[in-house]
Design a protein around this ligand. Structure first.
Ligand code: SB7
Ligand code: NI
Length: 188
């Protein structure tokens, strides 16, 4: 079972390297990692297991965050008022995106970053993504809202990019002309 001890933190070189594409079929070990990442997210969002194992809640995790430098990540986003998204995606890519961007008004956080880094992180509002399930079945999806933001946060990890790389160091809360704050469910 993945716990916080396995999650590498900023300063670890693996977080800054581009992760490698996976070859199909995945090895048993790779499949196990894919499944375990999703279990970690579910455990982290369950108050009892999170408390028991000392997990920080996460909606996504990339393989290189557990020091596996391969192109896969898991997302588990439920209860967002939209259709739930719960998957591990292998060799993910964005095939098209909106011009419009959006950002979380409260900024982003990261399981590999043990500090608050305030500031807006502009991301594409809508993306069309492709990839594969761990069994090699093709995935194609359109994502928006928090799901799109989280997908881009995880894809960044696979490319060695951290969320704060996108924050303007001189003016962390600057308003971007092409970006709007992500609306909460109540505001929609
Ligand atoms: C805020 C949080 C996340 C994504 C987008 C906005 C995920 C945080 C957990 N992770 O560190 C995953 O890489
Ligand atoms: Ni992260």
């Amino acid at each position: 079972m993945i716990t916080m001890d396995q999650i590498i933190r900023e300063g670890h070189p693996t977080l800054r390297k581009k992760a490698e594409e996976l070859q199909f079929p995945l090895t048993e070990e790779e499949k196990k990692t894919a499944a375990e990442m999703l279990v970690f997210l579910k455990n982290s969002q369950n108050p009892e297991t999170a408390e028991k194992y000392g997990l920080r809640a996460g909606i996504g995790i990339a393989a290189n965050q557990i020091d596996v430098p391969k192109r896969m990540f898991a997302l588990h986003i439920v209860d967002e008022g939209t259709e739930p998204l719960s998957m591990t995606i292998v060799n993910p890519k964005i095939v098209s995106h909106s011009a419009q961007k959006s950002y979380l008004p409260g900024g982003e956080g990261c399981l590999s970053v043990d500090r608050d880094v305030p500031g807006f992180v502009p991301r594409y509002s809508k993306i069309t993504v492709k990839g594969f399930t761990p069994d090699g079945e093709p995935i194609k999806k359109r994502l928006k809202g928090l799901q799109a933001i989280a997908f881009q946060h995880e894809l960044d990890h696979l490319n060695g990019v951290m969320f704060y790389d996108h924050i303007d160091p001189d003016e962390p809360f600057r308003k971007y002309p092409d970006a709007e704050p992500l609306k909460t469910d109540e505001e929609k």
